[in-house]
Design a protein around this ligand. Structure first.
Ligand code: PGA
Length: 265
């Protein structure tokens, strides 16, 4: 973890939890997080579109220190895009974060690098925070091409972005072979890729961005990944669906951050 950046943990609920279940999880998180000191790990949850309204309402009415994110958005302003949701619709619901280019969107819904770049631009121009997801498939890793591959994704998405929007961009490294598989990247692999991403970001002059890791993060591996992986936090799928495991991951980031702060003082 970096010395200066505040850690961030994002729960990506994917296509799980209906409206009733999401209210239940929102309330459980609320009870446990309500009196949390504000200086600790920043928390975001990204429920399915249909749950956004109810989760945002709970967060708002209970004053829970959690931001609400969407898992995807259509970059067009409005119009004939059956089944899609626009940025202004999200904003009206109190959404402040959007995942952009998750590997499942790229692989299953034909989201190519151009659409990822267009979506990222639309999101940050509207003042929302974007989590740009990058990551290689297993064959790319086996060919040891992961650095080049992920760099190309990052450069394509960020090249030419007006620097005034840089602070709204977070990068999530999510190797596809580690997502939902129980096969986590090793701390060495995460440290190597987070270092590489920071060098590329530095070259693009996007120096303030946080770099997250995602891929089978759980209560057991979070502490070592955040302490030794050089990342600023996590994008969590499966383990974000239960309050206990999600909160344990947040706690691991809090502990690591507190340790760093102690060393600094
Ligand atoms: P996982 O998903 O934690 O279930 O592997 C991570 C993600 O896809 O964001």
């Amino acid at each position: 973890m970096s010395n200066s950046r505040k850690p961030l943990v994002i729960g990506n609920w994917k296509m799980n939890l209906d409206f009733v279940e999401s209210v239940h999880l929102g309330q459980q998180l609320g009870v446990r997080l309500k009196n949390r000191p504000a200086e600790h790990t920043e928390i975001v949850v990204a429920p399915p579109f249909v749950d956004l309204r109810s989760v945002a309402s709970i967060v708002d009415s209970e004053r829970i220190p959690v931001a609400v994110g969407a898992q995807h958005v259509n970059p067009h302003e409005n119009g004939a895009h059956t089944g899609e949701v626009s940025i202004s619709m999200l904003q009206r619901l109190g959404v402040t974060w959007v995942l952009v280019g998750h590997s499942e969107r790229r692989a299953l819904y034909a989201m190519d690098d151009d659409v990822v770049a267009a979506t990222l631009r639309a999101v940050v121009r509207s003042g929302l925070r974007a989590v740009l997801c990058v990551g290689e498939a297993l064959d790319v890793r086996e060919d040891e091409e992961q650095d080049r591959f992920v760099e190309a994704q990052l450069v394509h998405a960020l090249r030419g972005l007006d620097p005034k929007y840089h602070e709204l961009v977070t990068v999530a490294y999510e190797p596809i072979w580690a997502i939902g598989t129980g096969r986590t990247a090793s701390t060495e692999q995460v440290a190597s890729m987070s270092g590489h991403l920071r060098r590329v970001l530095g070259r693009l002059l996007v120096v303030e961005s946080r770099v997250l890791y995602g891929g089978s993060v759980n209560a057991e591996n979070a502490a070592s990944l955040v302490a030794e992986g050089g990342v600023d936090g996590f994008l969590v799928g499966g383990a974000s669906l239960k309050a206990d495991s999600f909160l344990a991951i947040i706690q691991a980031c809090d502990d690591c951050y507190a340790l760093m702060a102690n060393r600094r003082s």
